[in-house]
Design a protein around this ligand. Structure first.
Ligand code: PRT
Ligand code: MG
Length: 221
């Protein structure tokens, strides 16, 4: 196949990617929130989009089922990033990976006392590495979503999750106690595809780069 396949998730990543694609002259022909199709055509006959779960984007690109993908640093960190070229921080879908706990919970004191913390998260690898660096003993409990609930019903002392506005934490009387990393979405590229389709992919990366820079300039002024 000589065309280019780009893997994306719907929701916030698709929404925030649309202007960047437009800057590269790519317009999706269908709204993934409405259409049930998983392969979407664009105005460019040589470019198609595939809609996958956010956590699956690196896998599609790693195996070459997609040439390019757009995915959060959170997802990339869990995946490990093996077999992926990461040329560009797109600076979209920004948020922070945080440790959060119930408002009354003295996180610092329990860490100091060497207590064994129960932490619920869908980001096992990120959480494991973070607490290992700090030398904090944790029992990690794997969840697939709505981590904010876990401390409220006694499943965990704390959670590791993404925070953007902080509204979800506040609504559930939780508070962020530690930042693990700042998160934004990255462009990831299959290295073999980059070699084979360099004349198509390289200009696309450059155009995305210029669109990101222009957007940052506009936001700063
Ligand atoms: O939702 P679904 O289960 O389908 O998949 P997903 O959660 O993996 O995908 P999606 O589309 O929700 O998120 C895709 C990517 O967006 C993530 O991998 C992040 O890189 C990025 N992103 C940016 C976020 C957020 N901001 C964010 N706030 N992803 C999730 N959230 C969630 C967070 O987990 C928490 O539950 O929003 C809630 C907190 O938001 P605030 O605004 O209340 O703080
Ligand atoms: Mg989500």
């Amino acid at each position: 196949m000589s065309g280019i396949t780009i893997a994306l998730s719907k929701g916030r990543i698709f929404e925030e990617t649309t202007p960047l694609l437009a800057a590269a002259g790519i317009q999706c022909q269908e709204d993934p929130e409405v259409s049930r199709k998983l392969i979407l055509g664009t105005n460019r006959p040589d470019v198609r989009l595939i809609i996958v779960r956010a956590a699956d984007v690196p896998t599609y690109v790693q195996y070459g089922a997609a040439d390019l993908g757009i995915t959060g640093k959170d997802v990339l960190h869990e995946h490990g990033g093996g077999g992926l070229y990461q040329p560009l921080d797109l600076r979209i879908a920004r948020c922070r990976m945080m440790v959060a706990a119930p408002e009354g919970f003295d996180y610092a004191a329990s860490v100091r006392q060497g207590a064994r913390l129960r932490v619920a998260t869908k980001y096992l690898r990120t959480a494991r590495e973070h607490f290992a660096r700090k030398g904090v003993h944790v029992d990690l409990i794997k969840l697939y979503g709505s981590m904010e609930l876990a401390p409220l019903v006694g499943l965990a002392d704390a959670i590791v999750d993404l925070v953007s506005s902080g509204n979800t934490l506040r609504a559930n009387r939780l508070t962020a106690v530690e930042e693990i990393m700042s998160v934004s979405s990255r462009l990831v590229v299959n290295p073999a595809a980059l070699k084979l389709k360099r004349e198509q992919i390289r200009p696309m990366i450059d155009t995305f780069g210029r669109a990101v820079a222009a957007r940052e300039m506009a936001l700063a002024s």
